[in-house]
Design a binder for this molecule. Structure first.
Ligand SMILES: [Zn+2]
Length: 135
């Protein structure tokens, strides 16, 4: 018997965003989704490391086993894997950088999986946490 998920979500391991990520994905109309979390979100994909390859392998497993058509990439503000907010001169610089990371990841995935829907969002450390499209 086959079972289908509506998406696979990649987000950082950071606990501060876990509940908000779940809620946000549900707001996108997605109730059944696979989840891969990795420190830095898309960082390893963009840097084309072996860890990045492993994340892609997880996507492919979701495509094959759960008939997934949609990939949701979520990076976040003040991400320790990128050195945190303190590594950037200001918030605007950090947001621009993170949007660029997400766009690079979207380009890589669109090229590799042209038949999949690839979306990217940046989660900001506001109260409550807010999400902004980056693709
Ligand atoms: Zn993080």
């Amino acid at each position: 018997m086959s079972h289908k998920a509506q998406a696979i979500v990649l987000s950082c391991i950071d606990f501060r965003f876990r509940n908000a990520v779940n809620q946000f994905v549900e707001q996108l109309g997605i109730s059944d989704f696979d989840l891969k979390s990795d420190a830095g979100g898309v960082k390893q994909i963009v840097e084309k490391t072996s860890a990045g390859d492993w994340i892609l392998k997880n996507f492919e497993i979701a495509f094959d086993l759960h008939d997934v058509e949609r990939v949701i990439l979520i990076n976040h503000e003040d991400c320790g894997a990128y050195g945190g907010s303190k590594k950037f001169a200001n918030s605007k610089e950090e947001i621009n950088f993170q949007n660029q990371q997400l766009k690079l990841a979207v380009d890589i995935l669109k090229q590799k999986y042209p038949d999949k829907q690839i979306e990217a969002y940046l989660a900001r450390l506001t109260d409550p946490i807010s999400f902004y499209g980056a693709s």
